[in-house]
Design a binder for this molecule. Structure first.
Ligand code: NAD
Length: 317
């Protein structure tokens, strides 16, 4: 009999489903709340028959169809890739506002620990580099990315207000670009895009001149950092991400090489408000959680490429 129950919104998504695996491995009972807007039950299919897992297919802002003692609430529901949140702008604002409030209320009722999945996007197009948690950011409140950035900024504010007003034990993780198996082939983010294009022999498309920099964290590293924060009492935001920085062009070249593809690399006009550089300062995660990423890009890419090959073959059947 599992000792604790965790509720995770967005548990059928990329990160959520990996967290479900990790929570079950630590003997939690897990309740997934997901409306399948950008997620899929295929991400949880390997857990069929596990009686410790309950899946509620519903909006995270609606009252839960089941009520039972809960010790941990993880709020991960939200479209996350730029293509998704620009396709679902109002849904993104809803998940960050009404969704966050509903899950904070759940944590309050059960005196549970609450963890918000925030993002490096709250730093906007940063004027400080690398980004420490004390940096307030540089966000255009009405630009094309604003529905996501401002929803997450509001979600952080609401989380801080619940802690101050109701004494809820809250945590905030600011997640930097993460990649790995179970990302959708057509998700629109750089790594799935490049891998898909290289595997299918299409041109690899880069927005801008390829000199934008990003840092990429492999999903198992991220999950480890998140779980450490989830079981702590830390309420200040904590960056979790890989601080090794790469240009987007270098990333495309490394993916092409790893796949042995002959795809051309083509350059498209730069996207509006696309941050020029992004790298987490992970001193807090290191000093407070004893966490540092361990999976090098080469290894993470190899695992991701293998999973994408498998997904492509399955979708062709
Ligand atoms: P994802 O799109 O794969 O997962 C999001 C999940 O939330 C999906 O399963 C979707 O169906 C669900 N969802 C959306 N709106 C919902 C609602 N109103 N009610 C219930 N379910 C809803 O994205 P992901 O990459 O797994 O991201 C998960 C979380 O982590 C998001 O909150 C995202 O902002 C955050 N994050 C991710 C990254 C990253 O690199 N992957 C970076 C920063 C932050």
């Amino acid at each position: 009999m599992a000792k604790h129950t965790a509720v995770i919104s967005g548990g059928a998504g990329f990160l959520g489903s990996h967290l479900v695996d990790a929570l079950l491995a630590r003997d939690y009972r897990v309740v997934v709340v997901d409306n399948l807007l950008t997620g899929t039950l295929r991400n949880l299919q390997h857990l069929d028959g596990d009686t410790r897992l309950c899946i509620l297919q519903q909006d995270c802002a609606d009252p839960l169809a089941r009520d039972e003692p809960v010790s941990l609430v993880l709020h991960f529901a939200s479209p996350a890739s730029p293509a998704d949140y620009q396709r679902f702008p109002l849904e993104t604002l809803h998940a960050g506002s009404n969704g966050t409030r509903a899950l904070l209320e759940l944590a309050r009722r059960h005196q549970a620990r609450f963890l918000l999945a925030s993002t490096s996007e709250i730093y906007g197009d940063p004027l400080e580099h690398p980004q420490t948690e004390s940096y307030f950011g540089n966000v255009n409140p009405i630009g094309p990315r604003s529905v996501y950035d401002e929803a997450k900024r509001f979600a952080e504010t609401l989380t801080a207000a619940y802690r101050r007003t109701h004494g809820v034990n809250t945590g905030i993780v600011r997640i930097f670009n993460t990649y790995g198996p179970r990302m959708r082939l057509n998700d629109g983010r750089a790594i799935p895009n490049f891998v898909y294009q290289a595997l299918t022999g299409q041109p690899i498309t880069i927005y801008g001149d390829g000199n934008l920099t990003r840092s990429f964290c492999y999903v198992s590293d991220l999950v480890e950092g998140i779980l450490r924060l989830a079981i702590s009492d830390i309420h200040e935001p904590v960056n979790i991400g890989n601080p090794t920085e790469h240009t987007v062009l270098e990333l495309a070249q490394r993916i092409r090489e790893a796949i042995g593809s002959t795809s051309d690399i083509v350059f498209l006009p730069a996207l509006e408000d696309d941050p020029k550089q992004r790298r987490p300062d992970i001193t807090r995660a290191h000093d407070w959680l004893g966490w540092t990423p361990t999976v090098p890009l080469e290894q993470g890419l190899a695992r991701t490429i293998a999973a994408f090959r498998h997904d492509l073959q399955a979708s062709a059947r």
